[in-house]
Design a protein around this ligand. Structure first.
Ligand code: UVW
Length: 303
């Protein structure tokens, strides 16, 4: 599907329009406030067959990396203990941005508008050598909620949306209509662009740009109160933005900083798409790394 580019100036809303957030001036959890016991119980009711599909990629040195990110693995030498049972031992030493590689979950300190992140928290004031003192990924915990797949590539009848195709609110609504599923507050809202087809095959193209949601589609989804927004591309959003070419990753600012909605990137959705399931129990445990901006993760769809 061809798209006309309609350039528009965009700048993030001023602090007076962003803060306090809908959760109050002292809130640090944003969309994670929707992770309630009732929502977890309702999500468990979606498990009927007992089938589990991994929707994260394997963390591997062959995966694509955004910018200068890296993942170097050094196997630490096997040693043999001197005792009679001759126990050997192997492990790995890793050098890499473990918060921001592979299938990854973004927390609020990851992005800013100027010096501020979610709820106008001044980022330098929470930044220490030991990590961020507030809103780090260690504060997230296990996520279990209803997941909804929005298959835009399927709607368009393609394996992969064209490079830099910008998904509109109409695309999202049409995809949901086609799949006969609706969004509910607290859902993990997950978009299939098909871009993951390039993962490990065309890594340079994968990170050069990508199809994804535009600002209008992000605002449309956020108005439906997601627990998180996820996609099978590296930034969830279309990059570079087609309708707002003067802005760098505007959906990152809108979701994380303006509305306190977490992002989940680099999903692997081919098996879930093939299963025909649009609604499932979404489960994920971000690593509890103290004060980190995010975490590499291994989410699953269970139904
Ligand atoms: C950047 O931080 C630039 O991107 P992402 O959050 O998509 O990894």
């Amino acid at each position: 599907p061809a798209q006309a580019q309609t350039p528009a100036a965009w700048s993030p809303p001023p602090a007076s329009a962003r803060c306090p957030s809908r959760w109050g001036p002292n809130d640090r959890r944003g969309s994670m406030n929707l992770m309630t016991p009732a929502r977890m119980r309702d999500a468990s009711a979606l498990i009927r067959e007992g089938r589990k599909i991994e929707i994260g990629h394997v963390l591997a040195q062959s995966m694509p990396f955004f910018g200068t990110r890296r993942f170097d693995v050094h196997l630490k030498q096997t040693y043999m203990n001197p005792q009679a049972n001759r126990r050997g031992s192997n492990e790995e030493l890793v050098v890499g941005e473990i918060a921001q590689i592979g299938t990854q979950f973004d927390c609020f300190p990851h992005q800013t508008i100027g010096d501020e992140t979610y709820n106008c928290v001044n980022v330098p004031s929470i930044m220490t050598r030991g990590g961020f003192t507030e809103m780090g990924v260690d504060t997230i915990g296990t996520i279990m909620t209803r997941g909804v797949l929005i298959d835009v590539a399927g709607l368009k009848g393609v394996q992969t949306l064209p490079d830099t195709y910008e998904i509109t609110p109409e695309d999202l609504q049409q995809a949901l209509n086609r799949q006969r599923v609706e969004l509910r507050e607290g859902d993990a809202m997950i978009i299939n662009t098909g871009w993951a087809h390039l993962w490990g095959r065309e890594n340079a193209r994968y990170v050069a740009g990508c199809p994804g949601i535009g600002v209008a589609a992000a605002e449309w989804l956020i108005a439906r109160n997601p627990l998180l927004l996820g996609a099978d591309n590296w930034p969830v959003e279309c990059a570079p933005s087609r309708t707002m070419p003067d802005a760098s990753l505007p959906v990152h600012q809108i979701a994380l900083v303006v509305h306190g909605v977490h992002l989940l990137e680099n999903l692997k959705l081919d098996e879930l798409v093939a299963s025909g399931r649009s609604e499932f129990c979404f489960v994920m445990q971000p690593l509890r790394m103290q004060g980190f901006t995010g975490s590499t993760v291994a989410p699953a769809a269970i139904f």
